[in-house]
Design a protein around this ligand. Structure first.
Ligand code: AMP
Ligand code: ZN
Ligand code: FE
Ligand code: FE
Length: 286
């Protein structure tokens, strides 16, 4: 099945409405899609409706930024894709509210730092950029762009909003184990998004996978636009060896990430034909 398992709408930091996003996917010839907005399920209802109308198979989900302590005691950040999460009920849904609260507490602190750095920006400037429930750094970036300080999100993240950047502020996060357990208890199945960003390789990376598989992890996103072809291949092999699913997705954000298309990423993405059905199976098994 021609699918894309990693899409963002303006319910979080994408720029297309869930409805418009599904139409873009249909036009691209996709037969299966998963909506994975950060910390919110608020786009699911509209997206599923349009996907149904267009005859596209639909998986509801969310992408979570989580912490994980590696065996040597160091902390890493992981983006966790939770598939099969329904918006109406479940323990993960309840935690998402807490995560969004953490965002709402963090955003004014980022603005304060930006003001100290000489940027003229206030809460209303940011809210003008927001359509959905989950407000984050990309919306603050959009506000700075609207004010003429920068031309794209990438430029704002670089040294300013990125982790450790001049205006960076921490926010509350789940641990990887908590996220997997909450998603599983909610009838979902979890996959590590773009493992490249974990910045951990070789045996330490394999050890993280082993540990999280015992908690319930079902896959890794081998095919992501930021992965070089050799990495896509080696992660696919590793998934096979470890008995988990090699998935793929474009991480499309509309105009929020330039040069990304649904289904094909930067043009060379080949999302495995069996990934969508295997994730569906994993969800059904819950
Ligand atoms: P937040 O959720 O507020 O912590 O912001 C992190 C999100 O910002 C990520 O999940 C990406 O969607 C987005 N992001 C991170 N780095 C960049 C970048 N360099 N350019 C554009 N968007 C980015
Ligand atoms: Zn995003
Ligand atoms: Fe991500
Ligand atoms: Fe994403």
């Amino acid at each position: 099945m021609k699918a894309d398992l990693h899409l963002h709408s303006n319910a979080s930091d994408g720029t297309d409405t869930p409805d418009a996003l599904m139409k873009i996917c249909a036009d691209a010839g996709l037969e299966g899609v998963a909506l994975m907005d950060h910390d919110t399920l608020s786009g699911i209802g509209q997206a599923r409706q349009t996907a149904d109308d267009l005859g596209i198979a639909f998986i509801p989900g969310t992408e979570l930024s989580v912490d994980h302590e590696v065996l040597d005691g160091s902390m890493i950040k992981i983006h966790m894709l939770a598939y099969g999460i329904e918006p109406d009920s479940g323990p993960l849904r309840d935690k998402l509210e807490w995560l969004r609260q953490g965002r709402d507490e963090r955003n004014p602190k980022i603005l304060e730092k930006l003001c100290d750095l000489g940027y003229d920006i206030c809460t209303d400037d940011v809210l003008e950029q927001v359509e959905g429930a989950s407000v984050g750094r990309p919306h603050i970036a959009d506000a700075l762009i609207a004010k003429g300080y920068f031309t794209d999100r990438n430029q704002v993240f670089d040294g300013l909003l990125n982790d450790g950047g001049a205006a960076y502020v921490e926010r509350s996060r789940l641990t990887a184990t908590e996220a997997i357990e909450l998603a599983t208890a909610s009838g979902g199945a979890t996959v590590i998004a773009h493992p490249l960003t974990m910045n951990i390789h070789g045996d330490p990376f394999v050890n993280v996978l082993k540990e999280l598989i015992t908690v319930g992890l079902v896959g890794i996103e081998a095919h992501h636009p930021t992965h070089a072809p050799a990495l896509r291949d080696s992660l696919t092999e590793l998934a096979k060896d470890m008995g988990i699913i090699a998935t793929g997705g474009s991480d499309y954000h509309g105009t929020g990430k330039t040069g990304y298309s649904v289904g094909t990423g930067k043009g060379d993405l080949k999302i495995p034909e069996d990934a969508f059905e295997r994730i569906q199976q994993a969800i059904k098994g819950r």
